[in-house]
Ligand binder design. Structure first.
Ligand code: SF4
Length: 478
């Protein structure tokens, strides 16, 4: 009673995420990495290297053999792999492996939450396609320690509001914070350690950020990953944060680099070794760092007469992509509000690139705990009931064949064949019939026992191809 799939994949690119948990990289890696950062971000460097490779790498203080790096930068992979290139590839492979493990280790111990998150991961696979969805870690929890952000990037995929204050580490707030982390540890389990403490905020806006993440490490067992667009704002502070990261975790931190000028200043301020475990994201270079049409990017496109955003945008006509990476709770500690969210491709209904399934306010750890428990019980649907509509995710188109169906969108095409009955079921799903109606219709027209239909629809539901919109709790509706 399962549906068989055969997949065709198209491609998109997505920035690499998150963190690494590996042995120390080979001694050549920091300089190879820096060489590639220059090559990617700085056109002057690239031109100079093309003219005189040896002089250019020497002038930039890179301890690399210029000729040996050709195989890394050549798009066709031409050139023999040197030891340095091999070591760098191993380093990158380790990061990718960690990201995959991170998705697994972030699974909540609460069975209901785990089933819900797994289905969201499946849904995101369909919505964003195999390549874009691969980099989404689906962290189960995320905290904002400020309201809004001082940086104001034009490309902010979650449309951060202007800065409106910090959650300060006062005795009272520290008590609330630790109480919440303890509740999270109990309700989510060790996977909560895969959470992090920024969203539509820059962590370094909060002068107490380090105190909060040390509590996080103490209670949840991991130091959360940091991404900042302000690494130069206070160099001793940034260095201390990197040192803490090196001491407590083998994690990768990230600098969002906003201009080539800032990139060069970062290169001057930090040695290659200091930035070995720091990803530099050249936000000013759209080829190296493609932008999702979500949040502020989408707003900008809409203002430009809807360029790239259909005027009649609906959930099925717009594929804005997403930078969201949480399938769980997004908690703002300043406003004391928590939302149950999961990534989606941005559209008019969900312009920030994530669905808000539920929302609650809290003032104390026990209110927070009660809110999470209620969200798990009522907003994390695990199975469809008889009166629930069964309809296809609007981002997917269904084409019917005599022996089954094809589901497709711009990024994925999948053929599916029912082992029971391939005609009535797709017909019913196409018109969004209720589960009970489908079971009755199939029984009447094809003699399929009700139980079989329920089992089959349950498998389709778990595969993430059905519309989740009917299960968004009303108070979260926008
Ligand atoms: S991208 Fe980050 S730093 Fe830039 S505005 Fe958004 S939250 Fe702030």
């Amino acid at each position: 009673m399962s549906w068989n799939t055969a997949t065709t994949v198209l491609s998109h690119s997505q920035p690499l995420a998150s963190a690494l948990d590996s042995e120390s990289p080979h001694a050549s890696v920091p300089h190879t990495k820096r060489f590639l950062e220059y090559w990617t971000a700085d056109e002057d460097f690239r031109r100079a290297y093309d003219t005189d490779p040896v002089e250019t790498v020497t002038r930039h203080g890179l301890q690399v053999d210029a000729a040996k790096l050709r195989s890394i930068i050549d798009p066709n992979g031409i050139g023999a792999d040197s030891d340095e290139a091999f070591a760098y590839r191993c380093f990158i492979r380790g990061k990718l492996q960690f990201r995959n493990r991170y998705r697994v280790e972030g699974a909540p111990s609460n069975p209901r939450f785990a089933i819900w998150r797994q289905r969201q991961m499946q849904r995101v696979y369909w919505e964003l396609g195999p390549v874009r969805s691969e980099s989404v870690v689906h962290a189960p929890i995320c905290f904002e320690l400020s309201k809004g952000c001082t940086v104001g990037c034009w490309f902010c995929g979650v449309a951060a509001e202007p800065f409106g204050g910090n959650f300060e580490y006062t005795a009272e707030n520290a008590g609330l914070w630790r109480g919440i982390l303890e509740a999270v540890r109990e309700l989510v389990g060790p996977g909560a350690g895969c959470g992090f403490c920024y969203w539509a905020t820059d962590p370094l806006d909060n002068p107490d950020y380090e105190k909060f993440i040390l509590d996080f490490h103490k209670i949840l067992g991991r130091l959360p990953q940091t991404t900042t667009a302000q690494p130069l704002r206070d160099l001793p502070r940034t260095r201390a944060l990197l040192a803490t990261s090196a001491r407590l975790t083998h994690g990768v931190e990230r600098f969002s680099v906003l201009s080539v000028g800032q990139f060069r200043r970062i290169m001057e301020a930090f040695t290659p070794e200091e930035l070995t475990m720091v990803e530099l994201i050249p936000q000013f270079n759209s080829n190296a760092s493609p932008k999702a049409s979500a949040g502020a990017v989408r707003e900008r496109l809409v203002k430009l007469n809807g360029a790239g955003v259909p005027k009649t945008s609906t959930r099925d006509t717009e594929d804005g992509g997403s930078i969201a990476c949480v399938s769980g709770f997004l908690v703002n500690m300043v406003e004391r509000v928590a939302r149950l969210i999961s990534p989606c491709s941005a559209n008019q209904r969900w312009p920030l690139g994530y669905v808000i399934f539920d929302e609650f306010h809290f003032n104390t750890p026990s209110e927070f705990r009660a809110g999470v428990e209620a969200a798990i019980a009522h907003a994390m649907k695990t199975n469809l009931d008889s009166h629930d509509p069964v309809r296809l995710n609007p981002l997917l188109k269904m084409e019917r064949h005599p022996d089954g169906i094809t589901l497709s969108n711009a990024v994925i095409t999948v053929k599916m064949a029912s082992q029971i009955e391939p005609v009535v079921l797709p017909e019913c799903i196409e018109r969004g019939a209720l589960l009970s109606e489908i079971a009755d219709t199939r029984a009447e027209r094809c003699g399929v026992p009700h139980l079989w239909t329920h089992h089959e629809i349950d498998a389709i539901w778990r595969a993430g191809v059905l519309d989740e919109e009917p299960f968004v709790r009303p108070r979260a509706a926008q």
